[in-house]
Design a protein around this ligand. Structure first.
Ligand code: IMP
Ligand code: MG
Length: 165
C-alpha cells in the first residue's frame, strides 16, 4: 500500500509540520505502544526542536481484526504532562475508540495542548470527536500491517505497509 520511500518522504514532511506547529513551550511526544514504535522513532528524528519522549500502552484488539471496544491502559507515562504540549502518536486511527478514551484521560492532566499525530487514518472514527491534527496517509478500509502495525504481533518489522489480504 505504502512503500518505504513514500513513508520516509511523508514522515519528513510531518516532522517539518510538527516543528513549525510548536514554536515555543515544552513538547512531550507520547507514543502509543506497540503499533507506533517504528513510526515514532522515525518521526522524532525529523522534529527539529527540543522534545521529550514517553510511551503509553493501551490495548483494545488482542488478536482480533476488529476493535473489542474495551480499552485497557497497561502503562501510564511517568513524565509530567501539566503545562506541556502533548503530541500523541498513533499508528492508525480506525474506530477511534482507543484515542477517544486516551484523550479524556490525558486532558484531565492539564496539558498546555493535546494533539494527535497518526501515520494512517481510515476516516471512519465515529467515536472520535476531536480532529486528528497530523495525518500521514488517508488509509483504505482494509486491515493493514507493517511499519509497526501487526496482526497477532506478526509483520511489525516489515519496512512498508501492506494489506493483510
Ligand atoms: P481503534 O480504537 O479502533 O481506532 O483502533 C486503534 C488501534 O487498533 C490501532 O492503534 C492499531 O493498533 C489497531 N488497528 C486498527 N486498525 C488496524 C489495522 O488495519 N491494522 C493493524 N492494526 C490496526
Ligand atoms: Mg495492534
Amino acid at each position: 500500500m505504502y512503500d518505504e520511500a513514500a513513508i520516509q518522504a511523508r514522515v519528513r514532511e510531518l516532522g517539518a509540520e510538527i516543528t513549525a506547529a510548536y514554536p515555543d513551550g515544552e513538547l512531550l511526544v507520547l507514543g502509543l505502544l506497540k503499533g507506533s514504535f517504528i513510526f515514532l522513532s522515525d518521526l522524532v528524528r525529523q522534529i527539529e526542536r527540543p522534545l521529550q519522549v514517553d510511551f503509553l500502552v493501551a490495548s483494545s484488539y488482542g488478536d482480533a481484526m476488529e476493535s473489542s471496544g474495551v480499552v485497557r491502559l497497561l502503562y501510564d507515562p511517568e513524565t509530567e504532562l501539566q503545562g506541556k504540549h502533548i503530541l500523541l502518536v498513533e499508528d492508525i486511527v480506525d474506530s477511534g475508540r482507543t484515542l477517544a478514551r486516551l484523550l479524556e484521560l490525558l486532558s484531565a492532566r492539564q496539558p498546555r495542548s493535546l494533539e494527535i499525530c497518526a501515520l494512517l487514518h481510515k476516516h471512519i472514527a465515529e467515536h472520535l470527536t476531536s480532529p486528528v491534527r497530523f495525518v500521514g496517509f488517508d488509509a483504505p478500509h482494509e486491515f493493514l500491517v507493517g511499519y509497526g502495525l501487526d496482526h497477532a504481533e506478526h509483520f511489525r518489522h516489515v519496512p512498508y505497509v501492506a494489506s493483510l489480504e
